[in-house]
Design a protein around this ligand. Structure first.
Ligand SMILES: [Zn+2]
Ligand SMILES: [Zn+2]
Length: 291
């Protein structure tokens, strides 16, 4: 931010590439200025358009996103929401940013990918599948987020269904040990707040992500109206579409946040710009709107 003038919120008036913020700063109160610095996305949601196990309609999803005060949603369908249909729906929504993604099943777990049209063929040895996915995502300039990497890891002592560490006898004893898994060298980011996980699974992911220098993303993994925005990701600046999202993800300095949906946001990241009052202010607005 060198060379840019900061206003009384403590931030310069533009973001990274210089995306101008909407309204002239002088006409906004302090809370509005803080709001403008913050884009909040639930980065992991399934609808019935591309996820057979979801009962959530796109219309319900958008309405709840409005109620919650989200900037947008990354729709991470299991089977993919066909692009043409997605774009047709997206054009009907002008106040909530919708980003199309795919949650790919691999032998090493679930990977949220941006840029792919459908599942990539080529299954073999487990890490090879991730390498194939990496190549395909790179071809289209996309992005890969390892979703809920430690789900079920702590269902011990005799049994684990975790997909990274499938042998209950050889469960990693520390985050350092878990971080040595090769999958972390092949993804761009790691989801550290997942609304369907238990606390210890998310915190372990947070530790491993920190070891690798990932910022960590947050999403609800909602399949219904229950728990949308339980996990969100906070970006500094105005993220208005897929290109902005890719730029913001690559730039880093974003933060995973838990329990935004109940007005008690907890920041699990290390982005120093994100102040509690920014999250609380946004959450309070949906509380008061809900009456
Ligand atoms: Zn998943
Ligand atoms: Zn999911």
């Amino acid at each position: 931010m060198a060379g840019e003038e900061a206003d009384d919120t403590g931030f310069a008036a533009s973001w990274r590439g210089g995306t101008p913020l909407g309204a002239p700063a002088g006409k906004l109160d302090r809370q509005e200025k803080l709001d403008q610095l913050l884009s909040l996305f639930d980065m992991h949601v399934h609808t019935n358009q591309g996820s057979p196990d979801s009962g959530l309609t796109p219309e319900e999803m958008v309405e709840d996103a409005r109620r919650l005060g989200l900037t947008g949603i990354m729709v991470t369908e299991h089977d993919g929401w066909p692009r043409h249909d997605f774009e047709a729906f997206r054009r009907t929504v002008d106040d909530i940013v919708l980003i199309r993604a795919l949650e790919v099943y691999t032998p090493l777990g679930h990977v949220i990918t941006m840029g792919l049209e459908g599942h990539v063929a080529g299954y073999g040895d487990s890490i090879e599948v991730i390498r194939t996915l990496r190549r395909e995502v790179d071809k289209v300039g996309g992005f890969m987020i390892l979703a809920h990497p430690f789900r079920f890891l702590f269902d011990l002592p005799h049994y684990t269904q975790n997909m990274l560490f499938q042998d209950a006898e050889r469960i990693p004893q520390s985050a350092d040990e878990a971080a040595k898994h090769r999958v972390f060298e092949l993804v761009d980011e790691v989801e550290v707040v997942n609304g369907g996980n238990i606390e210890v699974e998310n915190r372990f992911a947070q530790e491993v992500a920190a070891i690798h220098g990932f910022w960590g993303t947050g999403g609800s993994d909602a399949h219904s109206l229950d728990g949308l925005a339980r996990g969100v990701t906070a970006f500094m600046g105005d993220v208005r579409g897929e290109a902005d999202m890719l730029e913001a993800l690559r730039a880093g300095d974003f933060a995973p946040v838990e329990s935004f949906h109940v007005g008690k946001p907890v920041n699990y990241g290390r982005a120093s710009w994100l102040k509690p009052e920014m999250l609380l202010g946004r959450a309070a607005r949906h509380e008061s709107a809900a009456g």
